[in-house]
Design a protein around this ligand. Sequence first.
Ligand code: CP
Length: 309
Amino acid sequence: MLKNKDLLGLKNLSAEEICEILDGAAQAKEFLLSGYKKSETLAGKALVTLFYENSTRTRTSFELAGKYLGASEVNISVATSSVQKGETLIDTGKTLDAMKIDFVVIRHPMAGAPKLLAENVEASVINGGDGMHEHPTQALLDMFTIREKYGKFKGLKVAVLGDIKHSRVAMSNLYGLKKLGAEVYMYAPATMIPKDIEKLGAIVAESREEALDGADAVMGLRIQLERQNGGLFPSLSEYSKFYGVNEALLKYAKKDALVLHPGPVNRGVELTPGVIDGEKSKILEQVTNGLCVRMSILGLLAEYREKNL
Ligand code: CP
């Protein structure tokens, strides 16, 4: 069982809790693929999505996960909500609590906003991505996709290439993959590698070839132009040429390596179209798996609430 009412990041989740979520996602996938997408698991529960940043995958999959499991589900459009009148995050959270909601999924540009909300509301808070801090449900779906193929993490090499410095996905993956025993290689321009990332267990490669050599999974990350002040690389075409992954480079990875990307992809920048649409690519399978992981998380948090609150 999960040990907290909230899911805020993988840094503070144990290996056992991660495995429990992945096991739940495997059951959810069987349910999803059965074609009859209706269960009573969350009947009588209410889920709110509160996104201060844009999203297609995370928000939609949480909304569908709630619906498929029988919860009532509402999205708050931040652009047309009382946030625009100056309402604070905590006041918004307390307002939702007063409507007796059970879960709130939040995405926010400020690192730590989900934790602040969680400390001030009774609902279970799920981090849908906070600034450059963590995106735990993305990393869990990435890990689920890797485990589906290999059945394990120990001894695997995962290469992560792209805008690591601004990537909450990279951080959550690093915490989760290291806890489960994988080796994580990272490669990016020096301007996009966080200082001291090695202290968290990453191996910083000297070249794309070193990062990809013998990799079991290759993860491209989006260039996060919205979080950059510019000047981190000369141009998008040069970024693609010197730091992106193309089909020739992919030959350094294992023959049946997985290609992952959290999406949305800048086509032709971090990955070439041939890599995105190639046979190794699991990018769309990741989206399906995201729904399964989010169903698993909602089910497990509901179980926690039932037993502890
Ligand atoms: N990977 C991810 O978080 O995608 P969205 O921004 O579409 O939710």
